[in-house]
Design a protein around this ligand. Structure first.
Ligand code: ADP
Length: 528
């Protein structure tokens, strides 16, 4: 079919039964069918699959879809087959296939029957497959979960790094990258690694206005606090996330003993038990699933009313993904994270055995979690800023949906301190991350400061009337306000933005609120 003749709405109806495109889908589909490299950033549930499935079905040739999860690939293939009368319309190519099955896949591709071929990244490196795929007409290569390409993503997979080379061997085919989590740093990594800086980029908003965000101090009473919350929400479905399998089992038991119907879910349970517990949750035989991150992949229960993090997660990407499972139907979704700095230290300790580069990234991501937990500004604004999105915390949708906005801390005028901070960034030649900037402000020396002789500068110690914690809070708020930015290359070096430069010349009122203080917790006590 000629591209100009394609009636997209008709094809949408024909294959998927939908009358309308969702969000940016139509623009994405047009970009793909006209042969452009395309980059799609949409939150989970945004409808990413259709963005490449529809073009694949209407274009000539086979589309290759790279996806890291075999189980999900199988689901997708089954779903596409159900849309078509031909089973050969979609295939999975992986190492579990028999020789006969592989031959059938090849036959269907060669005859033009197969529109979508799902492959795991490691299968795509196989010489035999590359050789074959080079000889057949391809419409495009779609890379699902594209953040796996970046060490700064929450699920780095080294085999994703090879993809660009392999795609090059396949000829001149358009590349489509898709992801549900992308900070500006990860976005840049994806575009760079896939060599598609020319891509048409489509980014949907990550705002979930119906989710209420809250952080609570994690004390030794955390379990009874959770039980109270669940009982107040009797009859509603919720997920409780813990970091370890042991904790999952423990909490599930505590809940059961206290009369809450709850089941555990983690990768240590056998497949049958996992499937059973998942079904019990979906069918509402139990109210609560206590789970590790293993729970959630592909779960689509629309009326999860709360997501509780018993343990704070390792990154805000994970936090966003996991809380994103609440309120899919647009109804209430309460997201509570229990926070204690002790948990952060535990996570840091876990990381200490890893290679240095990985540790650095892990620490930086963790610092963002700390910043989110401790901030007293709009949590939604903070989260969305993390994903590179501006949010109007006065009039934006869902602006009042967090604990900080509902119970604001008293704000204090910080105009002069903002100027001092910005000047310090400028005077230290925009070379420092927040730690060194704060040290310079309060007059504290470390190796970097000594090496640069910053301690001999007249501005050294200019902000010593305020504490380290105050400056940290101010930096976070100034960042979200866009007066400073974090350099993408170095992830963390503070740079003045044009808005920041203007502020130095023409300062104006800047109301800040100090961060929360969370007291130390001891969560060893078990409630019965
Ligand atoms: P993602 O991969 O972004 O998480 P999916 O592709 O799984 O999202 O789509 C999420 C849900 O939205 C699916 O149930 C899908 O059937 C539905 N959906 C996708 N596009 C449309 C549309 N145009 N109209 C109605 N529902 C849609």
């Amino acid at each position: 079919m000629k591209l100009t003749e394609i009636d997209l709405h008709k094809e949408l109806k024909k294959y998927f039964g939908f009358n309308q495109f969702k969000g940016l889908q139509e623009d994405v589909v047009r970009s793909i069918i006209t042969g452009n490299n395309t980059f799609v950033i949409m939150p989970t549930g945004g409808g990413k699959s259709l963005c490449y499935q529809l073009p694949a079905l209407v274009l000539d040739g086979t589309a290759i879809v790279v996806s890291p999860l075999i189980a999900l690939m199988k689901n997708q293939v089954d779903a596409i087959r159900s849309l078509s009368s031909e089973a050969g319309v979609a295939h999975v190519l992986n190492s579990s296939l028999t020789k006969t099955e592989i031959n059938q896949v090849k036959k269907d591709i060669t005859s033009g029957l197969t529109k979508l071929l799902y492959v795991a990244p490691e299968s795509l490196t196989k010489e035999e497959y590359v050789h074959f795929l080079r000889e057949v007409p391809l419409s495009f290569v779609a890379i699902d979960e594209a953040h796996c390409i970046s060490e700064w993503g929450h699920d780095f997979r080294p085999e994703y790094r090879n993809l660009r080379n392999i795609i090059k061997q396949l000829g001149d085919v358009p590349v489509i990258g898709l992801t549900a989590t992308a900070t500006p740093k990860v976005q840049e990594d994806i575009l760079k690694n896939l060599d598609m800086s020319d891509a048409n980029t489509f980014k949907a908003s990550f705002n979930r206005p119906n989710l209420f965000y809250e952080v609570r101090t994690k004390t030794k009473n955390v379990e009874s606090d959770i039980i109270r919350f669940i009982k107040q929400h009797k009859g509603k479905s919720g997920v409780i996330y813990c970091l370890s399998r042991k904790k999952v089992e423990e909490i599930a038991q505590v809940l059961q003993v206290n009369g809450v119907s709850a089941v555990p879910y983690h990768a240590g349970l056998d497949a049958k038990t996992r499937a059973k517990h998942q079904d019990m949750f979906l069918m509402e035989d139990v109210e609560v699933v206590v789970a590790t991150i293993a729970f959630g992949m592909g779960i689509d229960k629309p009326d999860v009313r709360y997501v509780i993090h018993h343990d704070i997660p390792k990154s805000l990407e994970s936090y966003y993904q996991e809380t994103g499972r609440a309120g899919r139907d647009g109804g209430e979704g309460h997201c509570i994270a229990y926070y204690s700095y002790k948990d952060i230290e535990k996570l840091e300790k876990f990381m200490s055995g890893k290679p240095v580069a990985e540790q650095e990234i892990g620490f930086a991501l963790l610092q963002e979690v700390v910043a989110y937990a401790e901030t007293s500004m709009s949590r939604r604004k903070f989260l969305l800023h993390y994903f590179g999105e501006e949010f109007d915390d006065v009039n934006g949708e869902g602006a009042d949906m967090d604990d900080n906005v509902r119970n604001p801390k008293k704000k204090i005028e910080a105009q002069d301190q903002v100027v001092t901070l910005l000047e310090t960034v400028r005077d230290t030649k925009q070379l420092y991350k927040s730690k060194e900037i704060i040290f310079t402000l309060i007059g504290k020396i470390n190796a970097t400061i000594k090496a640069h002789r910053t301690d001999a500068q007249p501005f050294f110690g200019k902000g010593q009337h305020f504490e380290e914690k105050y400056w940290m809070a101010l930096i976070r708020q100034v960042l979200v306000d866009g007066l400073l930015s974090k350099d993408i290359e170095t992830y963390g070096v503070l740079k003045l933005t044009p808005k920041g430069e203007t502020f130095i010349k023409k300062p104006s009122s800047f109301m800040m609120s100090e961060d929360h203080e969370y007291s130390e917790a001891d969560d060893e006590a078990v409630v019965t």
